[in-house]
Design a binder for this molecule. Structure first.
Ligand SMILES: Cc1cc2nc3c(=O)[nH]c(=O)nc-3n(C[C@H](O)[C@H](O)[C@H](O)COP(=O)(O)O)c2cc1C
Length: 123
């Protein structure tokens, strides 16, 4: 992530990053077990989010009473992911959860693995 920041943030991040951003292994739908407790306790529409990368996760969430799912990094990596699933290719999204999209918020949020000419909005 440090590499993705411009200087002087890069150096600051290298020196301090690990202190305030510990590393966690990726887990599909990493909030699901917590969100289920909210689903159980609340009578209001809820949106599940966090690490949704697979169609079966979306189906599980909807079957369990979540009104919607929200997908962040998966759609930055593959903006047409939902359309791909609709067309029948239901393999999981291509996002590798590297989080290198996070520092791009300062210069037009994007996935660093998507070539510039394939990013949404490219003319
Ligand atoms: C590029 C990017 C920037 C984000 N910025 C923030 C932020 O400023 N504050 C925050 O609470 N969450 C932020 N998030 C987290 C999202 O709000 C959301 O919880 C998360 O991306 C959902 O998980 P997913 O990306 O695995 O689908 C950001 C996520 C991404 C991908």
């Amino acid at each position: 992530m440090a590499k993705a920041f411009p200087q002087p943030l890069r150096t600051a991040f290298r020196l301090m990053g690990k202190r305030f951003l510990p590393s966690y292994p990726f887990e599909e739908a990493y909030f699901l077990s917590y969100a289920r407790q909210f689903r159980e306790a609340l009578r209001m529409p809820l949106v599940l989010l966090g690490g949704i990368n697979r169609l079966d996760t979306v189906r599980t969430a909807l079957a369990e009473g979540f009104e919607f799912v929200a997908m962040g990094r998966a759609l930055l990596r593959e903006p047409d992911l939902v359309r791909r699933w609709q067309k029948g290719d239901v393999t999981e999204g291509l996002c590798v959860h590297c989080n290198k999209c996070i520092p791009t918020i300062y210069r037009g949020t994007h996935c660093v693995l998507v070539p510039p000419d394939q990013r949404p909005g490219h003319q």
